[in-house]
Design a protein around this ligand. Structure first.
Ligand SMILES: [Zn+2]
Length: 331
């Protein structure tokens, strides 16, 4: 399967075998401020990198049996188009059509980047999990939900927007237009902005950023610690809401903020959930950091492509798996 993961800073492509092993990969920077065709060219360059060097019988693109794509959103699954907020040149960009032309004759599947992260963690995670929420905490807060082996895309590809659950109805406005969202409390820039508003300043006139905030919190700065506590509380509230709604087994946390500040967040989130949650089925939800790191999205995209073939062998899973959440196209 040709797996593609498109974000605002990098575009990754990989040739992934049926057992989920990555045979070859390529990562290129996203020319995010460039016109649509330049961004598309970067995607096709990454694809060419992994296609040209022996992934199958003829070593070429025809070796791919399917294509799976995870992209930053918003998406429109019906038309196969994407309009990533952080790639302004792509508005209604025909991503599926572009890949159909590049890799003709095979299924091309598209889902959101957070949805693919969740699917990757599900497919390569522990057995017995039926409900999994993946959360990507970085410059924003994204996510995706897998229930009983199916990634929930929703009609347009917008399901699983955990970052825009309202956790404080009287809270600050979010750039999305909503109020009191998780993201406005818990994204990296949101935590930094809040700490600066409370009077925190990084050492020696450095630009305020997440790494500086984390260092300050570790050094005992009470405002910095409060910023992480506030972010963790918002994340905990959203996890409790999601667990109550969908009877989740597991919540997997990834993204730059978690990678850089797991020591400041994980225990606070777990404690927050324990303090908020009531019913036993909510309290039992497991919260863990991502085990796949930045590969989760790629491996999820691979699983998405494989599902279009009716292949259940990518990672764990039984027969009848359909990661697309839609009808199986298996022969
Ligand atoms: Zn929002």
């Amino acid at each position: 399967v040709l797996a593609i993961d498109i974000g605002g800073t990098k575009i990754a492509a990989a040739a992934v075998r049926a057992d989920g092993r990555i045979l070859r990969r390529s990562t290129v920077p996203t020319p995010a401020d460039q016109p649509a065709d330049v961004v598309a060219g970067a995607v096709l360059r990454a694809v060419a990198d992994v296609a040209e060097t022996g992934t199958g019988r003829d070593g070429g693109r025809s070796a791919f049996a399917a294509v799976g794509i995870g992209s930053a959103g918003p998406l429109d699954l019906a038309s196969g188009t994407v309009s990533p907020l952080n790639i302004p040149g792509w508005r209604g960009f025909p991503l599926v059509e572009t890949l159909r032309a590049a890799v003709p004759g095979v299924p091309v599947e598209l889902a959101g980047d957070g949805q693919c992260m969740a699917l990757g963690e599900y497919r390569h995670g522990r057995p017995g999990v039926r409900g999994l929420l993946g959360m990507v905490i970085s410059t924003g807060v994204g996510g995706g939900v897998v229930l009983d082996g199916r990634v929930q895309t929703g009609p347009t590809g917008s399901a699983g927007h955990i970052g825009h659950l309202t956790v404080d109805p009287g809270g600050p406005l979010c750039p999305c237009g909503g109020r009191g969202c998780v993201e406005i409390h818990a994204s990296g820039p949101s935590m930094v902005r809040w700490a600066v508003d409370q009077g925190w300043r990084p050492e020696s006139g450095a630009t305020p950023d997440g790494a500086g905030l984390a260092a300050a919190a570790r050094a005992g700065d009470t405002i910095a610690q409060a910023a992480f506590a506030r972010g963790a509380q918002a994340l905990a509230a959203s996890i409790v809401c999601a667990a109550a709604l969908m009877e989740l087994d597991e919540v997997v946390l990834g993204g730059g903020v978690v990678n850089g500040a797991a020591d400041l967040l994980l225990d606070r989130i777990r404690a927050g959930v324990a303090a908020i949650a009531g019913m036993a089925f909510i309290r039992r939800v497991r919260i863990r950091p991502s085990s796949l790191g930045s590969d989760a999205g790629l491996l999820g995209a691979a699983a998405l492509g494989a599902a279009a073939l009716g292949v259940a062998a990518l990672g764990r899973g039984g027969s009848g798996y359909d990661g697309s959440g839609r009808g199986s196209t298996a022969p």
